[in-house]
Write a protein that binds this ligand. Structure first.
Ligand SMILES: Cc1cc2nc3c(=O)[nH]c(=O)nc-3n(C[C@H](O)[C@H](O)[C@H](O)COP(=O)(O)O)c2cc1C
Length: 346
């Protein structure tokens, strides 16, 4: 047995995640790629995900997929979760991933204020939405979940991170509402919780609902939705009561503590607070030394206590076979991450 096989061993064992059997603990993190003209994932998109599935990634989380509402996003090459051609495209994606023995979750996305008002349609934000608008979007998420189930997805992930619409409700800086959808943590979590509840109602019992959240925003890496574990608990509790099965705690570096006074990372706190399984992410494996480094030791030693699954983002762009190569000790075949990999697609 090679050193790397031994080191990675705990990550390559099968696991059941909220009722869903997974072949290993590796997750592909959601990454927007702009390869779905008209919102329809192509055969190339199916091949891109299948390659990661064939090479040791047990659970793929798709790039953000827009829910069906004009306010959701402006990009024409970002995929959508709609009946018709997009649903057909997704069915090809899920069946190719399944044929490779892996599982796949659809990440449902609404861009909120990050949507550019290209066609004169205004952006929707916590400050611009009426209670009726909130109901409209809850229904749009539920419809997207129905399409995802029909298209063969094994799980659904709600994107409530990084400064997009649902996160804009969670963050006091962007949620200035004075009605029941604003104010303290329970109010700020109310709309995301309604979305979770509506989506959960559309999913079979063995189809996990994952919620992705973060402290940081794309435009502000120092932003925080919670200043303390207690505040985080107050935000997460309504999401869990609404039906979240798994929490995907997005941070930029997995080893960084979420709060002063404890080494626990954000996934670690989410797991401690809620008891739910969690996924960690953040700068894992970006250099070829990683599979034999202290970083790898740390990642594995915290598995089980702080998180159950480990998501890889950028390293998989230039290395679809990272997990297989790392596990086999073939480190010289791994390419260090460079920004240029974001321009490639294979
Ligand atoms: C090109 C690119 C696109 C991304 N798109 C999304 C997205 O659609 N949804 C999301 O939740 N995160 C997105 N992210 C964040 C990643 O999922 C991940 O959290 C981040 O890259 C950190 O992991 P890494 O250090 O392993 O890359 C994106 C990241 C990159 C690099």
């Amino acid at each position: 047995m090679t050193t790397t096989t031994r080191l990675l061993g705990p990550l390559t064992s099968p696991v059941t995640l909220a009722g869903l059997d997974l072949p290993n603990r590796f997750v592909m993190a959601p990454m927007t790629r702009f390869r779905s003209p008209g919102g329809v994932p192509t055969a190339e998109v199916a091949g891109y995900y299948r390659r990661r599935a064939e090479n040791g990634i047990g659970l793929i989380v798709t790039e953000g997929v827009l829910v069906d509402h004009p306010s959701a996003g402006h990009e024409t090459t970002v995929p959508r979760m709609t009946a018709g051609p997009a649903e057909e495209g997704w069915r090809r994606v899920t069946s190719e991933v399944h044929a490779a023995g892996s599982r796949i979750a659809a990440q449902l996305w609404h861009m909120g204020s990050e949507r550019e008002p290209v066609d004169g349609y205004p952006s929707w934000t916590p400050s611009t939405m009426s209670v009726a608008d909130i109901g409209t979007l809850v229904a749009a998420y539920a419809e997207a979940a129905r399409v995802a189930v029909r298209a063969g997805f094994d799980a659904v992930e709600i994107h409530a991170a990084h400064g997009y619409l649902l996160d804009e409700f969670l963050w006091p800086h962007t949620n200035r509402r004075t009605d029941r959808y604003g104010g303290g943590p329970a109010g700020r979590a109310a709309f995301p919780a309604e979305v979770i509840s509506a989506v959960r109602a559309e999913l079979p019992a063995t189809t996990p609902l994952i919620v992705r959240f973060s402290q940081f925003k794309e435009r502000d890496y120092t932003a925080r939705i919670a200043e303390s574990p207690d505040e985080l608990a107050a935000l997460l509790s309504p999401l869990v009561s609404a039906g979240a099965d798994v929490l995907h705690a997005s941070q930029r570096r997995f080893w960084e503590p979420a709060f002063d006074g404890s080494p626990l990372n954000l996934a670690g706190w989410a797991k401690r607070i809620t008891g739910l399984p969690t996924i960690t992410v953040g700068s894992i494996g970006l250099t070829r030394e990683f599979p034999v480094s202290a970083g790898m030791d740390e990642l594995v030693s915290r598995l089980g206590s702080e998180y159950d699954l480990v998501a890889l983002g950028r390293i998989l762009l230039g290395n679809p076979a990272w997990a297989r190569l790392a596990g086999a000790g073939r480190l010289d075949e791994i390419r260090d991450y460079t920004k240029a990999h974001e321009e490639t697609y294979f």
